[in-house]
Design a protein around this ligand. Structure first.
Ligand code: FES
Length: 115
């Protein structure tokens, strides 16, 4: 599906369909989304913009640029929000001292040949 960039906002990863919903909190904003939705997409739906470069609605996320890092309460590290699906009760932060200090990609998108 080709989107019209003048009318549609890119939410970062393809939409998931299904009746099961997951409730989580992103930067204090509660949101319920379809199971399997990425954190970056859920954030956009909650009105929280996460910087992204390689993620788009038209492709499955492949986590190359590392610009979309987030913190998840109770989990270590700073996972890419485009490749991390939401989970029930998840508490996500998009801004913190840890994220500010986290190495972000070099702004390049590293493509891998398909198998
Ligand atoms: S937008 Fe998530 S790794 Fe590039």
């Amino acid at each position: 599906m080709i989107m019209n960039p003048l009318r549609e906002r890119d939410l970062g990863t393809p939409a998931r369909k299904g009746e099961a919903t997951v409730q989580l909190t992103i930067d204090g904003q509660p949101i319920a989304v379809a199971a399997g939705t990425s954190i970056v997409r859920a954030a956009a739906l909650a009105g929280v913009e996460v910087p992204k470069l390689c993620a788009t609605d038209s492709l499955e996320a492949f986590g190359s640029c590392r610009l979309c890092l987030v913190e998840i309460e109770g989990r270590g590290g700073t996972p890419a929000s485009c490749t991390t699906p939401v989970a029930p009760g998840m508490v996500v932060r998009t801004q913190s001292d840890k994220l500010a200090a986290a190495p972000r990609g070099d702004g390049a998108v590293h493509l891998r040949p398909s198998a």
